[in-house]
Design a protein around this ligand. Structure first.
Ligand code: CTP
Ligand code: ZN
Length: 163
C-alpha cells in the first residue's frame, strides 16, 4: 500500500483544519507548543462546558509552526491579552461576530507587568511573606523581577499567578 501524504505545503488547506467559529475569539499565530499555556491563562480547562478548538503545530507562513486557539462565545479582556503577550508575543487576536472577523489586533507586550507573575526566587521580597506586589520588566525574550533582578527566559507561563 502506498499512501504518500505530503504535509509540506502550508496553504489554505491547512487553515481550515480547525473549523470556523460563529462568535468569540481566535487567538492565532501562537508560538508552537504554547496553546495549553494560553488555555491555562484564560482559565479554560473544559470543566465549565467551554466550547474551544485548538490546533497545535499547524504550518504557518509567519511562523514555522503555530498553535491556534478558538474560543466560542467569549471576547478577551485587555488584562488577559497582556498576559498572553508574554508567552505568545506574535499572536493576533481576532474577534469574530456572526462568522466575520470584526476586529483584529496583534498583542502588544507591556513594558512592565505588576501583580501578574510571581518571582521564582524564594528569597525575593515579593515571595518571602512581605505584602509586596510583584513587578517584572518585560524584555525581548524574558522577564526580569524589578526587586531581585532574577531573569526568567524559559517557563514564563509557570510564573503566572492564577489566583
Ligand atoms: N476564523 C475563524 N472563524 C471565523 C473567522 C475566522 O476561526 N468565523 C479564523 C481563521 O481561520 C483565521 C483567523 O480566524 O485563523 C483569522 O481570520 P482571517 O482574518 O480571515 O484570516 P487571515 O486573513 O489569514 O488572517 P491573518 O492575516 O491574521 O493570518
Ligand atoms: Zn524577585
Amino acid at each position: 500500500m502506498s499512501d504518500d501524504h505530503d504535509h509540506h505545503d502550508g496553504n489554505a488547506d491547512h487553515e481550515l483544519r480547525v473549523s470556523k467559529i460563529q462568535d468569540g475569539t481566535v487567538i492565532d499565530h501562537v508560538r508552537g507548543g504554547q496553546a495549553l499555556n494560553v488555555l491555562a491563562i484564560l482559565g479554560i480547562d473544559g470543566s465549565k462546558g467551554e466550547e474551544v478548538s485548538v490546533g497545535m503545530n499547524v504550518p504557518s507562513d509567519r511562523l514555522a509552526r503555530k498553535d491556534i486557539v478558538k474560543v466560542e462565545g467569549r471576547e478577551l479582556s485587555q488584562d488577559e491579552v497582556d498576559v498572553l503577550s508574554l508567552i505568545a508575543p506574535d499572536a493576533s487576536i481576532n474577534i469574530v461576530r456572526d462568522y466575520d472577523v470584526v476586529e483584529k489586533h496583534r498583542v502588544e507586550r507591556p513594558a512592565v507587568v505588576e501583580g501578574v507573575l510571581s518571582c521564582p526566587n524564594a528569597d525575593c521580597i515579593t515571595t518571602d511573606g512581605e505584602p509586596v506586589t510583584s513587578r517584572f520588566e518585560v524584555l525581548d525574550d524574558a522577564v526580569r523581577c524589578s526587586y531581585c533582578e532574577t531573569i526568567t527566559r524559559e517557563g514564563i507561563a509557570e510564573l503566572i499567578d492564577t489566583n
